[in-house]
Design a protein around this ligand. Sequence first.
Ligand code: SAH
Length: 230
Amino acid sequence: MRIDIITVLPELIQSPLSHSILKRAQEKGLVEIYFHNLRDFATDKYKSVDDYSFGGGAGMVMKVEPVFRVIESLKSERNYDEIIYTSPDGIPFSQRLANELSSITNMIILCGHYKGVDQRIRDHLITREISIGDYVLSGGELAAAVITDAIVRIIPGVISDETSALTDSFQDNLLAPPVYTRPADYESLKVPDVLLSGNAKEIEKWRFEKSLERTRKLRPGLLEKNEDAE
Ligand code: SAH
């Protein structure tokens, strides 16, 4: 997979994508991530990427020219399956969407700033608009980092224990069960016996029950989604 991220602040997004699982995914060659500084594609001598809003009102708007230039230059080099714009009014990001996007080959993510981007960019270049939640961030970089992280960690081969990502919360509309590690007894705070029993069947059953219990208590709406799917 190849991900091209377009931003006015590359340094804001480079770090979260260069550690841990994301770092290993790139080292293994399973994903290539490129950052493009929008300012490098500005067309005027001041390298401006934003301008006043037509019709007045507070806040600057990201200009069409630099965004069209960078996206058209990328598109002339390869085909892109998705050109994503991070936006609070986009479709809500979810595990299901992450799963879907994890199987595509090339994608662009455009990070907005200020009041957002000129609507012509959204109308003519963008294939999907994604929100990471009902709140407003200062820029799209953190949203792009969240989306990229969630997509890349489930690309087959990225996490060495293949089943690990599949047992995380939301994969089956259930929250993950509680987890414990050594010591089995910390000042009388004990790990449930079943996990020490070595009985794989019993452990699986216990985990499933705990997942259900947790989901019922914390996110009952997810169980309704399961029923919808049946
Ligand atoms: N005026 C816009 C908000 C602009 S915030 C509005 O009211 O909808 C500046 C940029 O941050 C946006 O262009 C977008 O790229 C990013 N952003 C802010 N909140 C976001 C969210 N919840 N999800 C994804 N991107 C977000």
